[in-house]
Structure formats: structure tokens, C-alpha cells
Design a protein around this ligand. Structure first.
Ligand SMILES: [Zn+2]
Length: 99
């Protein structure tokens, strides 16, 4: 498993809890089959921060590449308008402050 870095904004969680600060892995449609004893990071799995995690909704039937394109598009269009239905998954809403 690779370290958690948001696939959208490249922010990293603070490692101070058992959960990765609300970061979570999303699995998209696999395009590669791995042997049972393979233990790397699957190509269809991507990390997302709590801010961008909701943008993956409904896209997990796509491959990671396709889904990421749409997630990026969603992320840039969302920054222009107020979001009124942000799902926080019980995490802190501001996990990726710019430095
Ligand atoms: Zn992010």
C-alpha cells in the first residue's frame, strides 16, 4: 500500500490517529489482475482527502484513469461555487490546509 496522498490535491494527512485524518482509499474498476501473493498498491486504488473523497461518488465503475479525469473536473468546477451538500464522513472538514 502506498502512503496516503490525495490523488487530487496531493495533500497528506497528519499521522496522529489510527485513521489517516479522514483520508480513505477508493477502489475503481480494476484493469490489471494480480496474483494472490502480490502485495503492492493496486493500480485501481487511489487515496483521497476528506475534501475530495465525495467527488469519487458514482465513479467507481470507471477505471482509475477515467475517474480521476472526472474527479479533477469536478474539483475545479466545485471550487467556483459554494458547496452546500458536502459530506464529511465524520472527519474534520479542513484536513488539507495549504502550507
Ligand atoms: Zn484532496
Amino acid at each position: 500500500m502506498m502512503p496516503p496522498i490525495c490523488a487530487v490535491c496531493r495533500s497528506r494527512p497528519e499521522r496522529d490517529s489510527t485513521r489517516w485524518g479522514g483520508f480513505d482509499v477508493v477502489y475503481f474498476r480494476p484493469t490489471v489482475e494480480y496474483p494472490d501473493d502480490w502485495a503492492g498498491h493496486p493500480e485501481n486504488a487511489e487515496w483521497f482527502c476528506p475534501t475530495h473523497l465525495p467527488l469519487t461518488e458514482g465513479l467507481t465503475d470507471l477505471t482509475a484513469n477515467e475517474a480521476l479525469k472526472r474527479i479533477m473536473a469536478r474539483a475545479s468546477s466545485r471550487s467556483d461555487e459554494q458547496t452546500h451538500d458536502v459530506q464529511t464522513h465524520g472527519a474534520q472538514p479542513h484536513g488539507d490546509q495549504p502550507r
